[in-house]
Write a protein of this length. Structure first.
Length: 231
């Protein structure tokens, strides 16, 4: 499996948010790192087909991002996820499953299994408005997995998770990364260190580093800190 980004660009009126980004991605976990405004969300939203690039192309195994087939291989957790506060966790997953076109019988089984996977099985019948931030985030991760995506895009998935949840999440992602392409953004260096096979560091709409964390650990740490000083 292969995701190809070919000179992907997003230009707003007077701002180039993503600037001719090219990359070939294969099975594994990619960590997208960068200060606020670097272009991470814009890039992820283009890969999910929510935003249209103003230049370049995106395809997965020959499927263009704009085609129907692409949607069925995609799982996405946006940064600001819209939950329905009066739904229970189970209702919410069943609702998302119907939007994704899963048959009802299979959706129920799948939802129950995913709630277990993110350790929410005991809260399945509780309303989402009673969930903590970390629990909502775990529910968001569960909905992204409903269709067994080959391409999983997670925009700051560890935000709001406590240390225990974070470790559980890392294990889950490592597992998914064995069979899928996972791209996640984070501000947290230790997330990258523990989850990502490949680091993509973004600045001003471009990748300024792509490679293994271990290969360049000290430089990357220093560089990352400097970006935050500038910001
Ligand atoms: P990140 O996710 O890394 O914080 P974003 O992708 O949100 O970065 O933003 C990248 C740049 O694009 C920022 O300078 C931001 O201000 C700009 N930008 C994002 N969305 C818009 C928009 N709708 N109109 C104009 N500029 C935008």
């Amino acid at each position: 499996m292969e995701l190809i980004l070919d000179r992907v660009t997003k230009q707003y009126q007077n701002k180039i948010a993503v600037d001719r980004v090219s990359l070939r991605m294969y099975k594994g976990v990619y960590g997208l790192l960068g200060a606020n405004g670097a272009g991470k969300s814009t890039l992820m939203r283009m890969i999910c087909g929510i935003l249209h690039p103003t230049g370049g192309s995106i395809s997965f195994d020959g499927l263009d991002v704009s085609c129907e087939g692409y949607r069925s291989i995609l799982g996405y957790l946006p940064q600001d996820f819209g939950y329905y506060p009066d739904f229970t966790g189970m209702d919410f997953l069943l609702y998302m499953a119907s939007l994704k076109g899963l048959p009802r019988s299979c959706a129920k089984r799948k939802a129950a299994r995913l709630l277990e996977l993110v350790d929410l099985q005991d809260k399945a019948r509780k309303k989402v408005k009673s969930y903590s931030g970390g629990m909502k985030q775990r529910l968001g991760i569960a909905q992204a997995l409903l269709n067994d995506p080959k391409l999983l895009i997670l925009d700051e998935p560890t935000a709001g998770l406590d240390p225990r949840e974070r470790i559980r999440f890392r294990n889950l992602i490592a597992d998914i990364g064995k069979d899928s392409i996972v791209l996640l953004s984070t501000h947290i260096l230790s997330d990258i260190e523990h989850i990502a096979d490949t680091v993509l560091m973004m600045k001003d709409g471009q990748f300024i580093y792509q490679g293994k964390w271990e290969d360049n650990r000290e430089d990357l740490e220093t560089f990352y800190m400097e970006q935050f000083k500038e910001a």
